[in-house]
Design a protein around this ligand. Structure first.
Ligand code: XIL
Length: 379
């Protein structure tokens, strides 16, 4: 049904474009402006967020703070379609503490103010990660003791500053390697130098974050937890230890960066086993990338190279949301970016793209319709 309706609309548009120029020498009708918004600027009953509300979950999006401020069509999508927002970059360490002891809250605060004005909750992303750290920190010559103090200061200051505004914090991000070993970072190294287990910094940052913001739900967030395997198993064992030690962890975030060249993960079973530990779970960064066609000049289009994989993308979008809805403790489902015009994928995975719900003109794709259908069925 969904696909045929879409094809019909496409055929009608094409028909009118072909007919117009033949009309007795009159100048052809201008093509429809692809940059015009296809959504009304109000929260209708058919938006993702109203359907998600009926289905009982938050539906979120990672937001680029500059586009939110400067692009009306982008902002309209964020505010009318989503009930939760995550800062794509402006709450990372390099953005919040660009110089030692100098915090810059402006961009993150603007994002939160917009969310509050639009009745949205905020996922904080992220207090501790090995990427997007400022140069003063990675290039600084700090002792292990200084590093531990720097870590504590950042976590307490940031969590405290935003206390009351954050529904869920990604307290630590990407702490395991794919082979199931604990990721070595400046923090684990510092702890080891202090004679402590490297992974003990995780328990500390959860405790500091909880003291600074007792109301936020505190998450460990990672990729590839969707698949059962060394990494997911190690994470599963690790969070059980945290719980046994009384560490205030509330949830586990499954990033959900899927790629059609790999199989669909046993996501539901993995969400469920973490949920069975008494934790919340969430899909925090969903996108579904695929290989796209190349132009003669070598740059890439946004057109999936393989139509079968393009169809699979739509299926997988629906499945990820169905998997979340099937697990009672999965209350939040976030997509990593508004559209293919501003997705991180082409910059990070050469030759891949088309990973989001909207196209490069910020117009909805079949994957958007697929999510609406899943939500309607769940309501
Ligand atoms: C990405 C952003 O989307 C990019 O804009 C930035 O250049 C790099 O980081 N996992 C995460 C996110 O937890 O923070 C990453 O976001 C994507 C992978």
């Amino acid at each position: 049904m969904r696909t045929s309706r879409h094809l019909l609309v496409g055929a009608l548009t094409l028909g009118s474009l072909i007919v117009a120029p033949t009309a007795v020498m009159a100048s052809p009708a201008p093509p429809a402006n692809p940059n015009a918004s296809q959504h009304p600027a109000t929260i209708g009953k058919d938006t993702l967020r109203s359907l998600a509300e009926e289905a009982g979950i938050e539906i979120g999006v990672a937001v680029n703070a500059d586009l939110l401020a400067g692009n009306g069509k982008y902002r309209n999508i964020v505010n009318t379609q989503y009930s939760s927002v995550t800062a794509e970059n402006v709450m990372k360490w390099e953005a919040l503490q660009p110089e030692r002891g100098v915090y810059d809250w402006a961009a993150a605060e603007a994002l939160i103010a917009n969310a509050e004005a639009n009745g949205q909750v905020v996922r904080g992303h992220t207090l501790v990660w090995h990427n997007q750290m400022p140069a003063w920190l990675t290039g600084g010559d700090f002792t292990a003791e200084e590093l531990r103090a720097i870590l504590e200061d950042h976590v307490r200051t940031v969590a405290g500053h935003f206390a009351g505004d954050i529904q869920q914090w990604d307290v630590v991000n990407e702490i395991f390697n794919d082979d199931g070993t604990f990721r070595e970072t400046i923090w684990s190294q510092a702890y080891e130098e202090l004679g402590l287990p490297g992974e003990q910094y995780v328990a500390d940052v959860f405790r500091w974050a909880h003291e600074a913001d007792p109301d936020a739900l505190l998450f460990y967030n990672d990729y590839n937890l969707e698949f059962t395997g060394a990494k997911s198993n190690a994470a599963y064992a690790f969070v059980q230890e945290l719980l046994a030690d009384g560490v205030p962890i509330d949830g586990v975030g499954f990033q959900g960066h899927l790629d059609t060249q790999y199989g669909y993960p046993d996501l539901r079973a993995n969400l469920q086993r973490f949920a069975d530990l008494g934790l919340e779970v969430a899909l925090t960064e969903v996108d579904v990338r695929t290989f796209v066609t190349q132009k003669p000049n070598g740059t890439y289009t946004n057109t999936p190279a393989d139509p079968a994989e393009a169809a699979q993308q739509v299926e997988w979008w629906a499945q990820t949301l169905e998997d979340c809805l099937a697990v009672e403790a999965c209350n939040s489902y976030t997509v990593w970016g508004v559209s293919d015009a501003n997705s991180w994928i082409p910059g990070w995975f050469t030759g891949q793209g088309a990973g989001l719900l909207y196209d490069t003109h910020n117009n909805p794709k079949p994957q958007y319709e697929a999510l609406r259908e899943v939500l309607r069925d769940a309501a």
